[in-house]
Design a protein around this ligand. Structure first.
Ligand code: ADP
Ligand code: ZN
Ligand code: ZN
Length: 739
């Protein structure tokens, strides 16, 4: 009400604006023209000598700064709807929880196009529809030889507006016919927003649900309009997608929007096809980082305006404004790609749960191998647990898992004789095999047989990976590339040997062994081109490949009906890892990749080459017993005080010298306020201490209480920000995936 400003008679309106700056506060500007309806709007503001795009977070009548020093905002962009209050609240929460500046958090949630200093022009397309007079036309009214007119009439008869893209099927002459019909008043022309995802497959109707699916749909469907977090634990092939489709249908029926998060860009086209076929009349927005800027903006806007009723996207889609959001689904919720590893370091699955809680709607987390944290939440009753214990297709059984002991039966060139003969059998039967190894390139290293030298990256503490096809040694951590050396730089020996196996080497071995087979390698190298992986998937489904060799890209969520054999190479290496999550990840990965086998009527088989066939991980895997494995991991973690029984945060620092990084962390530790229940460990070098030319150190904090940890972090941040060290870059990682 009262205004401190003497210059104006009316109350001064001050906008608190979020700007993309590494400064943890909002910035005040005079904004007399703004009303509360403008909260969430993008504005252009002067900042120093520049102009920046920001978001209005709040309006106020006072400022902590002298009013006559405040500048006015330069422009208000009303080209897009303001971010809804619900989303702003979520972003505030994320900023606080992940201890990332609010402005940077808010701006990171916007598509790039909306961060630019210019208003946006959403794309629209011209469409044509039959007018009332045109509705009276029938194709038979045209002479038999007037093919274009008859065809055009047939297409337009549905009364819907059609764009050039769909009318072009008539032939190139459709334009001249349209011109004549427009003149005659038979069609009307209008400009509409473009359809987001054209329908490429025939409409599809829902199959009868299995009893387990029906029970899941009934239970979750009864929880709309309240917060309800639920883990859908369904074995591979149990038909989780069908449960999602039914629940989305319910959300739509109630006038709601549905958000489905998936881990991989690669999974979105396939899933979009499935959803578009089931909901042909519904606009589906897809959002992922691989989209062109303009395209992403179009989809984001359609969601924000409520035109798109379904949103499918990767982690960043969790921040999409959705005015009618009624349901969130996180598919493959265990997947590590839900974690953003730079800038705002967040876990999209956790943010999804928070968003559902704030909005009071159900959130469904689906997986055959839930993250241990999620499993713990479900078994302790914080989340509901619904299981789909069997495959949806009655004839499809879970695959048989066999452990091939590589101590008694040594593999030659990476592949054991049993695996080779199993592949041979599949070839004879016309079925597909998959050889899974989690390493791309030819071999993980190039070594000297004399002195033990191994090619190493000069910028990282890591080996260089041999890429024989390109005659290169490559660092998979920093991207550094060298030509292959042919003599040992240490002793001059000419006998350098590849050490270990990668996808390319297995591909070569298989090609030598099965010269007639069609072999397809699927890894990040072979799918670098944006369209190559979708094309490969099509080829695999069309049975144009006999043997697939690939990394985890192949393990995720795909349905290849003719694939009946999966061979796993070099899984043991994860058993040696110092990372306490390595065995959880290995189990999940093997269960997922094994789940690709035998999804149709032919039984599948999984062969795992291992030196430790008696290891309890493999034993439980063989029994498909996720629950028992999770229980054993949970008791180990409880005993040794690891998450989910303890909450962690890591302060990471990098500098040209390790001593600089560690000294910074030491000062940071000294600056930490006293806090009970929180343990601050001593700074140590990271497991991979050198990366891309920088030395990396870390300081681990943990606490049995999430609140206590958060309190300490909040109290600590100001002093951390005040610690000046020019050579050091640092950031905080809350709930880190790796330490
Ligand atoms: P998941 O995602 O749980 O691994 P999918 O959703 O891919 O499993 O389903 C596995 C297969 O079962 C798919 O081919 C799907 O079409 C089929 N399916 C799912 N539900 C049913 C059902 N109720 N009746 C018949 N087939 C089904
Ligand atoms: Zn040597
Ligand atoms: Zn490197």
């Amino acid at each position: 009400m009262s205004s401190a400003s003497a210059q104006t008679a009316t109350p001064t309106c001050i906008a608190q604006v979020a700007l993309d700056l590494p400064i943890p506060r909002l910035f005040d500007y005079h904004a007399p023209e703004l009303t509360p309806a403008d909260i969430g709007c993008r504005v252009l503001v002067p900042f120093g000598r520049k102009q920046l795009v920001g978001v209005v977070m709040q309006l106020s009548h006072s400022s902590a700064h002298a009013l006559d020093k405040l500048k006015p905002i330069a422009a208000v962009y009303r080209d897009t709807p303001p971010l809804p209050a619900e989303l702003l609240r979520l972003l505030r929460f994320c900023s606080q929880y992940y201890h990332h500046p609010l402005g940077a958090t808010v701006l990171a949630a916007l598509p790039t196009a909306l961060r630019r200093v210019q208003p946006v022009q959403p794309k629209s397309v011209t469409t044509w529809a039959l007018s009332e007079a045109g509705q009276q036309l029938h194709e038979d009214a045209f002479p038999a030889r007037a093919l274009a007119q008859r065809a055009l009439c047939a297409v337009l008869r549905d009364g819907q507006p059609h764009s050039a893209a769909t009318l072009a099927v008539v032939g190139s002459s459709y334009r001249s016919v349209l011109r004549r019909w427009l003149a005659q008043g038979w069609v009307t022309q209008s400009s509409q927003p473009a359809r987001l995802n054209p329908i490429t497959t025939a409409a599809d109707s829902a199959p009868t649900l299995t009893p387990a699916q029906q029970a899941a749909v009934t239970q979750i469907g009864g929880q709309f309009n309240e917060f309800y977090a639920c883990l859908l634990h369904g074995v591979t092939g149990s038909g989780k997608t069908e449960v999602y489709l039914h629940l989305v249908a319910q959300a739509l029926q109630q006038g709601g929007q549905a958000l489905l998060l998936v881990p991989e860009i690669n999974l979105t086209p396939q899933l979009t096809g499935v959803f578009q076929a089931r909901f042909p009349d519904i606009e589906i927005a897809t959002l992922h980082s691989g989209m062109a800027e303009a395209e992403r903006l179009t989809h984001w806007l359609a969601a924000a305006q409520g035109r798109a009723r379904i949103v499918l996207g990767t982690r960043l889609a969790v921040f999409t404004p959705l005015p009618d959001l009624a349901l969130i689904i996180v598919d493959e919720e265990h997947d590590s790609s839900f974690h953003q590893q730079d800038g705002l370091r967040y876990a999209a699955r956790d943010v999804a749960v928070m968003r559902a809680q704030q909005r009071k709607i159900p959130v469904l987390l689906g997986s055959a191998t839930p993250a241990l944290e999620t499993w713990h939440n479900a078994s302790s009753g914080r989340y509901a647990l619904i299981s789909l214990p069997q495959r949806a297709i009655a004839t499809a059984q879970l695959p048989t898992i066999r452990l091939l002991d590589t101590r008694s039966n040594r593999p030659e060139d990476g592949l054991s004789s049993q695996l080779l003969s199993a592949i041979e059998q599949r070839l004879a039967l016309g079925q597909q095999s998959l050889v899974f190894i989690n390493r791309r390139g030819y071999a993980p290293t190039l070594m000297c047989t004399e002195c033990g030298w191994g090619a190493a990256c000069t910028r990282c503490s890591a080996r260089l990976v041999l890429h024989l096809r390109d005659q290169q040694l490559r660092c998979h951590h920093c991207g550094h590339v060298e030509r292959i050396v042919h003599a040992c730089p240490d002793c001059g020996n000419l006998d350098l040997k590849p050490g270990g196996f990668g996808t390319q080497r297995l591909e070569d071995t298989l090609a030598r062994r099965f010269p007639a087979a069609r072999i397809l390698r699927v890894d990040r190298d072979s799918t670098r081109n944006k369209d190559s992986w979708p094309a490969m998937q099509k080829a695999i489904r069309a049975n144009q490949a006999d043997i697939l060799v690939g990394t985890q890209l192949l393990a995720k969520g795909h349905d290849f009906p003719n694939l009946t054999l999966v061979g796993v190479i070099n899984a043991d290496s994860a058993l040696y890892s110092p990372d306490f999550r390595a065995s959880e990840r290995l189990f999940a990965q093997l269960m997922q990749v094994g789940g690709r086998a035998g999804r149709a009527s032919v039984a599948g088989e999984v062969l795992i080459q291992t030196q430790f066939p008696d290891h309890h991980l493999y034993q439980l895997l063989q029994r498909h017993d996720y629950a028992a494995f999770a229980a054993s991991l949970l008791s180990e973690r409880a005993a040794s005080g690891f998450p989910p029984f303890i909450h962690q945060a890591v302060l990471r620092a990098e500098a040209p010298q390790i001593d600089t990084a560690l000294a910074f962390l030491q000062r940071a530790k000294a600056a930490a306020p006293d806090a009970d229940q929180v343990t601050l460990f001593d700074p140590t070098p990271a497991a991979m201490s050198r990366k891309a030319g920088l030395e990396r150190g870390l300081l681990l904090l943990q606490s049995p209480s999430r609140q206590a940890l958060q309190r300490l972090l909040s109290a600590w941040m100001p002093s951390l920000t005040a610690l000046k060290s020019a050579a050091v870059r640092w950031h905080l990682d809350v709930d880190p995936l790796e330490i």
